[in-house]
Ligand binder design. Sequence first.
Ligand code: CTP
Length: 400
Amino acid sequence: MARRVVLGVAGGIAAYKACEILRGLREAGHDVTVVPTAASLNFVGATTWEALSGRPVASDVWTRAHDVPHVRLGQEADLVVVAPATADLLARAAQGMADDLLTNTLLTAHGPVLMAPAMHTEMWLHPATQRNVALLRERGIRVLDPAVGRLTGADSGPGRLPEPSAIVAAALDLLRRPAADDLSGLRVLISAGGTREAWDPVRFLGNRSSGIQGVELARTAVSRGAEVTFVAAAMDVAPPAGTAVVHVESAAELHAEMAARSGDNDVVVMAAAVADFRPDEAAGKVKKEGDAGVDLRLEQTVDVLADLVRQRSGATPTIVGFAAETAGDPDRLRELAQAKLARKGCDLLVANDVGDDAVFGQPTNEVLILSAGGGEREVPRASKAEIADAVWDAVLALRS
Ligand code: CTP
């Protein structure tokens, strides 16, 4: 089905490569409106864009104002692609500026947005640009990493526009997403957040899980058509809309809620950080006595994931576990994850390296998804929503 794509072109030398991206999108059957910035017209003129797209082209919000293009284009687009995205365009988009037709379109876009940066290495590596990219990714915009290679001058480094064919492939992938109802009919049970183990009525032992990844798993599952029950331990963020939320505090409560519901679901995801140990809870508040310390004796909690695997009959539900490791390098992460997958007996294991403050509370992550059958997929650093989509893709691949 033909979809509506806006192709934003910012003012860099790689603008000429956008002609090939336009052609690729049109060959895939989509309607493309090109929105070049005024600066980019120094590289490729409006006539070229009009001829190649078969549509009128404007850079400012004053052309054909009766059509209100600054609002309509973004609202109606199934996808906005910006290629090349220059340092200036990334900065304006990150700040939410609306000083030309392209930035207005980005502010009114309802659908996914893909940006393919291209600039000189120094500009790409500059902390300002890196911060802008991080901010855009946090908001769910898919910003591709630039390719490494020969730049406009004699030098080389990161900053080249990725291959037009790769940009077209990423665009087509995003176009598939919003229409996808591929989890419809599936009942999904997700645990998220970190459990709290009380050691007296006022104190608890907790962990650093923010719940963001679990919320994104739920959100993406809902948007892909699933019916979601969300078992929420302590989280820094609100539970996702459109799900049935069950609040829990301790590992034991989480275990009870998950065990009671698991059999009614098609897919179970254990994204929660469940305490491995809990103290014996004192009946009253533990008081200070002189300057003596206090001994906490910890006993092991139930391994909820392993228990859900043990309790299920047959292959339903599909069970997905997470692995939080401080591995330090990808090979070690794979080794630890493979051992954990075998130990837990689940169908998929999503492994992440939680060292270096790179995961807890962060908007992005990178993971290795292992399946019990030996399959594996590395998902490079991306927003937690994109990681969630990759997990659902793996679940679907496994179930088909
Ligand atoms: N998990 C669980 N019950 C526990 C501990 C963990 O269900 N008591 C689940 C987590 O939700 C996650 C998976 O098991 O899906 C792996 O958790 P992780 O903390 O990485 O591993 P542990 O089982 O705690 O093993 P270790 O501490 O040895 O790494």
